[in-house]
Each structure stands twice: as structure tokens, then as C-alpha cells.
Write a protein that binds this ligand. Structure first.
Ligand SMILES: C[S@@+](CC[C@H](N)C(=O)[O-])C[C@H]1O[C@@H](n2cnc3c(N)ncnc32)[C@H](O)[C@@H]1O
Length: 209
């Protein structure tokens, strides 16, 4: 599959038709997927997180308490407003209107979450976005990617295509890999200089070997 990046107007229309068009706040499927995603994060806390494509802020509200600061963004104004309201009581969370990859922030993060976003991007925008993610991850930083696997006719990529683009980056080491027929969730670490990728382990970080 390939094609153009879905335009902002597509998502504006989606949010005009429904306040929660993907059922993020109502579906057990989504609640369970968030629980799987959060459990896969290797560290209890992060200094600075970035979550592009945050929609109405359901995952954001669960990531916020794990981060000293969390910048989340969405291209759709209605989603940004909903996410701001959803996270209003979380002082560590900032929600901005930004479109990826052009609006990728000039900052570094030790956590980047790409959840249900990359399959909307063209081949070029996917490559740019993965490149920006790798470039703004601090050494040892965590990249969590989670995507629906079943083909959607109007998406330029499948979820598996998107994850293949991440897997191709030599700077990243796969730490955790959860796959089922519906979705793929993977955690990559930007390996610190000189690290043996085979030695990256949550247990080893606490001296448990
Ligand atoms: C399926 S929702 C994902 C929500 C959230 N990440 C989650 O997993 O719960 C996709 C969101 O990405 C936003 N989006 C799509 N393409 C985007 C882009 N190029 N830049 C920023 N946001 C985008 C849409 O507006 C939509 O709110």
C-alpha cells in the first residue's frame, strides 16, 4: 500500500461527525490496548515525553502521570481542544496543534509514543517522521509504536508497513514485541553509545541477572 498523507481536512470532518470517532473512551478494545502499551514501557518514569497524534487525549491522560513533562499534539483543532479538556488537571501535560512531520518539535525526548498515527502518512512523510523520532530520542530513550494491523483501504500504509520502517533504523534496538491479529505494539530503545543491544534489559537495569 502507499499513497498521499491523509489531509488535515479528513480529520476535521471525522471530529465534526463525532466527539470520539474512534471509540477511545468507550471501547474495551482500546482500554485493553492502552493497558498493554503502558505495561510495555520499560521505565516507570520519563523526563520528557512526546506523543504526536494524541486525538482526544485518552492515552495522553495515562502517559502524563509517567512523565515529568509530556508534549502531545494533534493536527485537528477539535481533537486538541478535547485533549486539553481531558488533561486539564495534569500540570505536566501540554497539548498543541501541530501536524507531523512538518510540525515536529525541535527538542529531545526520552519517550516518544507513536500510537495509531503512522499509517496515515505517505512513504516520504513516514520516512521523515521516523527520522525525526530517531533524531530527537536521547541515548537510551524509549520509542513506543502501536498500530492497527488490518488493512484500511484509504490508509497509505498498513500498521505492519509503519513498523517495518521503524525496524529498519539501525539506531534502534527492539526491546519488546507484542503482536496479535488486530494490533502490533513494539518498544524500541535508542541504544546508548557502546551498548550491546543484546544486553539491554529492564531486569539488568536493577541489577537482576
Ligand atoms: C486514530 S487517532 C490516534 C489517537 C491516539 N494516538 C491513540 O492511540 O489513542 C489519530 C489521530 O492522529 C491525528 N493525525 C493524523 N495525521 C496527523 C498528522 N500528520 N499530524 C498530526 N496529527 C495527525 C488525527 O487528527 C487523529 O486525532
Amino acid at each position: 500500500m502507499s499513497g498521499d498523507t491523509l489531509p488535515a481536512g479528513h480529520f476535521d470532518q471525522v471530529y465534526q461527525e463525532s466527539a470520539d470517532p474512534y471509540g477511545f473512551s468507550s471501547r474495551w478494545y482500546e482500554r485493553r490496548k492502552y493497558a498493554v502499551s503502558l505495561a510495555m514501557l520499560p521505565w516507570p518514569r520519563y523526563r520528557a515525553g512526546f506523543e504526536p497524534g494524541c486525538s482526544i487525549g485518552e492515552l495522553t491522560a495515562q502517559l502524563g502521570p509517567r512523565c515529568d513533562t509530556l508534549l502531545s499534539c494533534d493536527g485537528a483543532a477539535a481533537a486538541v481542544a478535547a485533549a486539553q479538556a481531558r488533561t486539564a488537571e495534569l500540570p505536566s501535560v501540554r497539548i498543541e496543534q501541530r501536524t507531523i512531520p512538518g510540525g515536529w518539535p525541535d527538542a529531545t525526548f526520552d519517550l516518544i509514543v507513536l500510537s495509531e498515527l503512522l499509517y496515515y502518512l505517505s512513504d516520504d512523510d513516514l520516512a521523515l517522521t521516523v527520522g525525526r523520532a530517531v533524531g530527537s530520542l536521547t541515548p537510551g530513550g524509549t520509542l513506543l509504536a502501536v498500530h492497527w494491523r488490518r488493512p484500511v483501504p484509504f490508509h497509505p500504509q498498513t500498521g505492519d508497513d509503519a513498523h517495518a520502517a521503524i525496524a529498519a533504523r539501525p539506531e534502534l534496538t527492539l526491546l519488546a514485541d507484542h503482536r496479535e491479529p488486530d494490533f502490533l505494539a513494539q518498544v524500541y530503545l535508542r541504544a546508548p553509545a557502546g551498548a550491546d543491544p543484546g544486553e539491554l534489559s529492564v531486569a539488568a537495569a536493577e541489577g537482576l541477572t
